[in-house]
Design a protein around this ligand. Sequence first.
Ligand code: 6R9
Length: 662
Amino acid sequence: MTVEESQLNPIHALYEPYPLTSRYPKDRTPWISSFEQYKAMHDQSINEPDVFWRLRASELVEFDTPFHTVCSGSLGEGNVKWFEGGKLNISYNCVDRWAEKTPDAVAIIYEADQPGGAKSVTYKELLDQVSRVAGVFKSFGLEKGDTVAIYMPMVPEAAITMLACTRLGLVHNVVFAGFSAHSLAERIRDSNAKAVVTSDQGLRGGKIIHNKKIVDEALLTCSSVTKVLVFERTGAEVPMQQGRDVSWSKALSEQNEFVPPVFVDSEDPMFILYTSGSTGKPKGLLHTTAGYLVGVAMTTKYTFDLGKDDVFCCSADIGWITGHSYGVYGPLSLGVTTVIFESVPNYPDASRFWKTVDEHKITQFYTAPTAIRSLRRLGDDFVNCTDLSSLRLIASVGEPINPEAWVWYKSVVGKDLCPVVDTYWQTENGSHLITPLPFATTTKPGSATFPMFGIEPAILDPNTGEELTGPNVKGVLCIKKPWPSIARSILGDHDRYLTTYMHAYKGVYFTGDAARRDEDGYYWISGRVDDVINVSGHRMSTAEIESAIIQNESVAESAVVGIEDEITGQSICAFVTLQAGLKESDQIKKSIIATVRTEIGPIATPKNLILVNELPKTRSGKIIRRILRKVASGEADQLGDLSTMSDPSLLAPLVEKCCRWV
Ligand code: 6R9
């Protein structure tokens, strides 16, 4: 493509890596500054993984006892282990060593929901806080290996709690504080958590969230929890159960002894994080210590070219893996500043992100395509009224970013001076799988480009499992070799771990995503091939939403499909049949929506709820979701083979109903 053509058609253009602009610090050079350097390192990571990872581990992480084996086990057997023999502590690596070297450097900047309420925490202060919370945990009688559930707003205390857990070898289980009491309880029970850390309330976009109340409700069905630590976010009066509930400020003020880190084995469990799979039951992915930290530190350093004096902001909530890896552990393990953003992109107006960038002189900014798309729709003025000259890199995660949004991000937010880094990975992976490197990779809008160090992707024919080599191939995306931060198991269900990820295709890890490799070797992720839908970067299983819907007493049956949505990527469309004798009404619809919100949480609210007389089924009684998906997407003229449908006369009323709605 010529330069003129690419200017005419920016979404199909190739964007060469940026030369260093005036924004790049004079006293630094990028960690990876050419594609050749990337290639050489990637080749080494695949051909001599022991050499490569030994180097990374010694560069990035301090072990108290050195490891003797870099990697053992295999994906096929699902028994991968990294850095065996080593002992280390995560909070030592993320806090103590920086508190010694650079005590007054800022560890966390807190951008509170209400503008003007920002605060910062230095590494020295962070160590003091982490040690106090660890002391409180000890006073609760918690011991290495115990699980602590965290249900917190986006405040520094959430990160402090995570670090205090890892300080003692406790396993944290962060639950997004938008999940309902029912979902929280399910996750607490499954992980057998002994304590919960929460706040009186939360604040998001000016709205109050009743965290403690939700925890109280959840705990009615969780017998394992004996202690609840309540951080005072708003200071509202909340009921405190004697003997169980403890005030954060009071408990911390009573701690006066330094709590040293407990060194744990490389493969000791570090945290559990629940994510949706294709069945109704969420999976508690289990991550272990050394591999996770090495993987996250390595990718944070190279993907974001992160180094001294940088101010990194990842807008993801700590309830998701992105918040764990790149909001907390990645930047802190490198001793840089991380910005914890409590608010939402459009509060009090749509320039909130950009004003936050200006106020804290953020250098790297990491957010989700759904936010980029919705801000783009509101127009450039909200961006152009800010300066943004501190930004050096802008990045995206969570779902495929459409080229139009990519180009807008690059030109309007990045002013054509910041590389756009589209990072592809999953909860199960711990850290980036496929991503450009900002000063080395020529990018194409919409492509996550090339594999990260240590990652050897393969595209397989979904039916035969045969690897499709060469350029211009499409299929399911798998990874051929183990990498350090891969989740080791699903809590309490290793068989499900093996069947879902390791045995779907022989000897490789199956991502659940489809992808294409183009003529130049670039990877383009097209989305999930299973029954998982991705709404604004949040993973949910259709089965999980269906089983919430049928909790409503009016509902007979339901089928949920994901359909394309301009802003949220996909949206939830629920088809529902009512119990005999009931008639469609707004009241019934409202009550079904309320059920979903109570069972799972507001994020699972269907955008469209369609009441129908019958659902299309096969002769053997299986709901044909493919038909519902087409009909809901306004593509009723492309239904394909209907020979398996038991009653084709259902189609016409179904289409008619959807047409009225579409
Ligand atoms: C990190 C995270 C994982 C699923 C994944 C895929 C989608 C994430 C993407 C992307 C295209 C990207 N996904 N990043 N698709 N391009 N850059 O989001 O983890 O919540 O587990 O979701 O998200 O479908 O399989 P998680």
